[in-house]
Design a binder for this molecule. Sequence first.
Ligand code: HEC
Length: 118
Amino acid sequence: MSSHCIVQSCSWQQRLVQGALVLLLAVLAHAAQAAEELSAAEQGRDLFETNCMTCHGANMVNPGTVSYDLRKFPADAKPRFVNSVTNGKGQGMPAWRGVIEPAEIDLLWAYVLTRGKL
Ligand code: HEC
């Protein structure tokens, strides 16, 4: 039996395989699209909620007394942000080196630039 067939002469097994392939492609295309739809800032928000929110507050809303109010972090100071997140700061801010990848720090930075209005 040949693995290819034109529609009229397909066996039901061949049709089943073809149908499954079409379905699989549709599912994969949808998954790829869903991943693309999350912007850098949205991915950063997910990282923030997992790692930073306990101290810096939901949506970065924070009195700024106990921990830094990230909504006020200077927008032109990305190197300082990367350094503080990587190496920690003062008594309370943990170092995230080896825990959060540099590419993820970029995503967190995109989120910080939204000022919590995402
Ligand atoms: C255990 C509590 C805690 C967690 C968790 C935490 N922080 Fe902080 N963070 C602090 C405190 C406290 C400060 C103020 C440090 C200081 O200036 O002495 C701070 C300060 C900062 C600053 C300002 C540093 C500067 O240059 O002045 C940034 C940026 C920051 N945090 C980002 C983050 C990010 C991003 C995360 C998540 C990956 C995070 N923090 C998780 C407690 C925390």
